[in-house]
Design a protein. Structure first.
Length: 94
């Protein structure tokens, strides 16, 4: 089974939100998460990626949707806008 998470987190930088997200990633061995409304400057995206222990991250055009993923998952961006991210997601089991 491949576990993933989608969360409208509304401000990822708030300490309780970030702690909860880190705990969920570790507890469920998540390899793919998408968060909406991180309310954080895009310059901080890689800092958050490192704190969550993910290999890669992508964001949509307005930086309102962030998608984090780690090996063996690979993602290819198909399209983005202010409202969406379209991706091709590959995993050896799929």
């Amino acid at each position: 089974m491949i576990n993933g998470l989608f969360w409208n987190i509304r401000e990822v930088s708030r300490p309780p939100n970030l702690r909860r997200l880190i705990k969920l990633v570790l507890l469920h061995s998540l390899k793919l998460i998408a968060i909406c409304e991180p309310k954080l400057d895009l310059a901080q995206i890689h800092s958050i990626r490192l704190r969550l222990h993910f290999d890669s991250v992508v964001a949509n055009d307005s930086a309102d949707i962030w998608v984090f993923y780690s090996s063996p998952i690979t993602c290819t961006i198909i399209g983005t806008s202010d409202q969406h991210v379209s991706m091709s997601i590959q995993h050896p089991w799929l």
